[in-house]
Design a protein around this ligand. Structure first.
Ligand SMILES: O=C(O)CCC(=O)N[C@@H](C(=O)O)c1ccccc1
Length: 368
């Protein structure tokens, strides 16, 4: 497929309520979208970087710069472009997995639309819908948290994930268990906020029957997670530490995780995400699809990914209205705790022009 040009578009979308994690609070989501244009159509990609480099080293201005100055020009020089060629063609540029993943996603979307094939079919979907969990931020008080969890359970979410950090961990977990019982699927996400010396504190979560504790230690402390796994009973799930299929295999072999959160942007794209899924399946490690507060574009691709056979735990594939009053695509609406897997060509969704223009803050056109 030849690329006629690529558009880099920045959008800013207010969140329905501030979202607080151990690395900060977000009131809006600034998203970098990539649109590739070919002689026969177009494709959309979503870069999951945050505005600041606090989740990982990538950040949105940096992603835009590396796309504009290195990644997109390299694809223009390729002539014929396919999704499978994107990652190997960009390999000489180190890192920038989220930026690379957004570009690959846009090329894959364009390619699949041109072949009338869905993301679900291409990735290996085995289900028509996926069960959905929801991520609940750190709150100012336990009553506020319990009200939020009550609302999400009423909405039908099948799993609750609580963000935790030192000072907000055992008490909120105990309160949720006391209020909603032991049958609610419950897990916690620390986003690297603890150290191995906190093992006794984290062991105090063991009596609450959590599905997992996500990324308790810093992303590079793989051996620390392996040691922590020997000191607590709650299964350890890695997020930030897993940046590729190779790092997943290493972490599993070292005993650093029993579960893996797959985020396509974090690992460099949906094709690598499928490889992480395959490596985990080969090791008998369950996976679930993480979220980066995506618009309906990334949400569509994540729901397709989450319908692969190894995704046996509910993911952070929540409905559009979990974060956005108005999405830039047709909204994803929870149906009995599930989201339907898009079946249309490519992503199966596209931005609604007026809604997209209303939240667009900048556009750059790069021609081949
Ligand atoms: O449901 C969602 O899209 C958000 C899920 C979630 O909690 N994401 C967290 C995370 O640490 O996993 C996050 C959000 C935004 C940016 C980075 C990380």
């Amino acid at each position: 497929m030849k690329l006629s040009g690529v558009e880099l578009r920045r959008v800013r979308m207010p969140l329905v309520s501030p979202f607080r994690t151990s690395f900060g609070t977000q009131a809006e989501r600034e998203v970098l979208l990539v649109r590739v244009v070919t002689p026969t159509g177009e494709g959309w990609g979503e870069c999951v970087t945050m505005a600041d480099p606090v989740y990982s080293s990538e950040y949105t201005d940096g992603a835009e710069h590396v796309l504009r100055n290195f990644l997109v020009p390299t694809l223009f020089q390729l002539g014929e472009v396919t999704a499978n060629l994107v990652t190997p063609s960009l390999a000489r540029f180190k890192g920038h997995r989220m930026a690379k993943g957004a570009l690959e996603m846009a090329v894959l979307d364009a390619e699949l639309r041109a072949h009338d094939r869905s993301f679900a079919a291409e990735l290996g979907s085995t289900r028509a819908s996926v069960p959905c969990g929801v991520s609940v931020g750190i709150m100012d008080s336990i009553p506020e948290l319990l009200d939020a969890v009550d609302g999400y359970l009423d909405a039908g979410y099948v799993r609750i994930k609580l963000k935790i950090e030192p000072g907000w961990d055992v008490a909120p977990v105990r309160a949720v268990r006391e209020r909603f019982g032991d049958d609610v699927l419950l897990q916690v996400d620390a986003n690297t906020a603890y150290t191995l010396s906190d093992a006794p504190l984290l062991a105090r979560l063991d009596p609450f029957g959590l599905l997992l504790i996500e990324q308790p230690l810093e992303e590079e402390d793989v051996l620390g997670h392996a040691e922590l796994a020997r000191r607590i009973r709650t299964p350890i799930c890695l997020d930030e530490s897993i940046v590729s299929a190779r790092s997943a295999a290493d972490a599993i072999t070292l005993g650093a995780c029993q579960i893996v959160n797959i985020k396509p942007g974090r690992v460099g794209g949906y094709l690598e995400a499928r490889r992480v899924h395959d490596v985990c399946a080969a090791h008998g490690i369950p996976v679930w699809c993480g979220g980066m507060i995506e618009t309906g574009l990334g949400r569509a691709a994540n729901v397709a990914l989450a319908s692969l056979p190894g995704f046996t735990l509910p993911g952070d594939t929540s409905a559009s209205d979990r974060f956005y009053r108005t999405d830039i695509t047709e909204p994803f609406v929870l149906e009995a705790g599930h989201l339907p897997v898009p079946t249309g060509p490519g992503l199966g969704v596209a931005p609604i022009p007026d809604l997209l223009d209303a939240v667009t803050t900048s556009r750059v056109w790069l021609s081949s």
